[in-house]
Each structure stands twice: as C-alpha cells, then as structure tokens.
Design a protein around this ligand. Sequence first.
Ligand code: HEC
Length: 143
Amino acid sequence: MLVAVLGLSACGHEDTHPGQPVTKRKLVFKQMLRTLEPMGLIVRGKNPYDSAQFLQLATQLQSLSTQPWQYFTPDSNYPPTRAKPDVWNKPAEFKQAQQKLVAATDQLANVAKSGNLDTIRPAFGAVESSCKACHQQFRGIPH
Ligand code: HEC
C-alpha cells in the first residue's frame, strides 16, 4: 500500500488534459487489480476462503468492470498511456473484449453466491483470461 502511494506521488507527471481520461482509467484498472489479486490468493488456496468476503470482492469487480471504457475517449491517446493504437483503430474488437470481461465478472459474482469454491474457480479463471486477452491485444509499452 505504501509503495503504491509513493509510486503515485513520486511520479510527478500531472495529467493536464481536460477530464484527465488517462489518469481516471488507470485508477479504475488499479482498483480492478486490487480486487482481483485477493480473490486469486483465495482461489489458489494461499488465503482462506470466506464466502461473504469473496462475494464482496466479486461484486466490487463486477461494478468496476464497466467503468474504465468511458475514459477511452477519441483524444485520450497521450503519454503515459500504454493503450495501443488498436484501441482506437479497432473499436469493435475493443468493445468485444470489454463485453467479455463484463460477462465474466457477472458470472463470477453470480457463482460467488453459491459459496462453492469448486464452481468459483473456473469462473475466476475466465475473468483472469479476459483481462489477459485484452492486454495482449490492446496494451503495450508506455508511450
Ligand atoms: C477490454 C480491454 C481490457 C480488459 C478486459 C482489461 N484491461 Fe486492463 N488495461 C487495458 C488497457 C488498454 C490498459 C492501458 C491503459 C492506459 O495506459 O491508458 C490497461 C491497463 C491496466 C492496468 C495498468 C494501470 C496503470 O496504472 O497503468 C492494470 C493494473 C489493469 N489494466 C488491470 C486489469 C485487470 C485486473 C483486468 C481484469 C479484471 C483488466 N485490466 C481487464 C485494457 C483492458
């Protein structure tokens, strides 16, 4: 946590673009990671499974899953973004990748209610795959 806070303030780049879309989407993605990671530890047996806590994380991720996309505005391809030009050149495919994540997180939040880790595990795997698939296609090195 401390590292994350220092990382943010030490960077010093101020986003001077109207509405700060790059800053805002990065923030949502970071929050997504912060809910994904603790669920990953539970699913992999590194942390104990508490069904209420897991459901809360899954519900959080479900609501976060729809939020970054509004910040990929036409004029938001500026440093330090890692978004590839394909975000803007292949909007239909980018949209499809978003919808995969939304569907996968809906499904995860749904099965999280079952309280059964054996059904949660594959649903969590599908969420992770949809993060990775989109990053492979649409996220590159900072520019
Ligand atoms: C539809 C595509 C897509 C999906 C799905 C997606 N991401 Fe991303 N993600 C991106 C793009 C594009 C960026 C780069 C944003 C930028 O730098 O402007 C990014 C950046 C990030 C970052 C870096 C933020 C930063 O501070 O630079 C994290 C962390 C992240 N995503 C986590 C996740 C997690 C966790 C999931 C799944 C729960 C996920 N993403 C799903 C497209 C996606």
